[in-house]
Design a protein around this ligand. Structure first.
Ligand code: SAM
Length: 257
């Protein structure tokens, strides 16, 4: 099949995230945002903003080139843009990207791409980025090695790669209390199963930090960060949270040598 025909087919593919647009839309008044998405705002964003600030100070620049992979509805990209960065968001869900574009200034580039199917379309990004971020997207991808390898080629030397995944302890605890995660290969050592978002079941892959250490070290990166930010009390004060209270995010960071 011609590459362009394959690309057109991919564009029409429906992803699970197309069915979760309301749940992942953070362009709403705070009290109306789904708690699953609000966790990112309360727990993940501040830690990532802090690391990005360290990176701009390290580079001695006010504005970094930042790529957010699995950008979803794009509010994280928008906040980075407001801080003065040049931002590109990539996601394979056109439904989420439509929300992102509708709520964002046109200076932010939003690209529909799954990386796994059409990485050649992104070749112009090679060696361009100071920072790559990804919030809870690798949990949904089986072949993360290829995705990380392609994304890392977009980073300049000294660029940093920051991402969040579910810590195994959070998934184990969630399985115990029957929240979100189900049909896992093991309750004690969950590696493959599903996240069930009120009937939308998304295949989910849980990995130890050591897995990513090996992948990134193999690509010539050094480790910067392994951080399990706790839920702030203000989150529980605002949202009804029935899930596990064990840290919901593991933030990993690596620097390209
Ligand atoms: C849990 S959502 C997180 C969205 C966003 N980062 C946020 O924090 O709100 C995971 C996102 O990853 C995207 N995604 C998953 N696999 C992808 C792939 N192979 N290529 C591009 N996007 C992908 C999904 O479409 C979805 O928007």
């Amino acid at each position: 099949m011609e590459i362009s025909a394959q690309f057109a087919l991919n564009k029409k593919k429906t992803w699970e995230s197309d069915l979760l647009t309301d749940r992942f839309n953070t362009h709403k008044p705070m009290d109306e945002i789904h708690p699953d998405a609000a966790v990112n705002i309360y727990v993940g964003w501040p830690a990532l903003f802090e690391q990005i600030k360290y990176q701009s100070d390290f580079l001695g620049v006010k504005s970094c080139n930042i790529l957010d992979f699995g950008c979803g509805a794009g509010n994280f990209c928008k906040q980075l843009h407001i801080m003065g960065h040049k931002v590109t968001g990539i996601d394979h869900s056109e439904a989420l990207l439509e929300i992102a574009r509708a709520h964002s200034p046109k200076e932010i580039t939003f690209v529909n791409n799954s990386i796994l199917d059409d990485k050649n379309a992104l070749i112009h990004l090679e060696n361009r980025m100071d920072v790559i971020t990804s919030i809870h997207s690798f949990d949904w991808i089986e072949d993360t090695k290829s995705v990380v390898s392609t994304l890392s080629s977009f980073l300049k030397k000294d660029g940093i790669f920051l991402f969040t995944i579910f810590p195994k302890s959070h998934v184990r605890d969630s399985i115990k209390i029957n929240d979100l995660f189900e049909d896992f290969d093991s309750a004690e050592n969950p590696t493959k199963g599903f996240a069930n978002f009120d009937g939308v079941k998304v295949p989910t892959f849980i990995r130890e930090p050591s897995y990513y250490d090996e992948v990134f070290e193999g690509l010539g990166f050094e480790k910067l960060l392994e951080f399990y930010p706790p839920f702030p009390k203000s989150f529980f004060d605002r949202y009804k949270w029935h899930g596990s209270k064990k840290p919901e995010m593991l933030i990993l960071g690596y620097k390209k040598n």
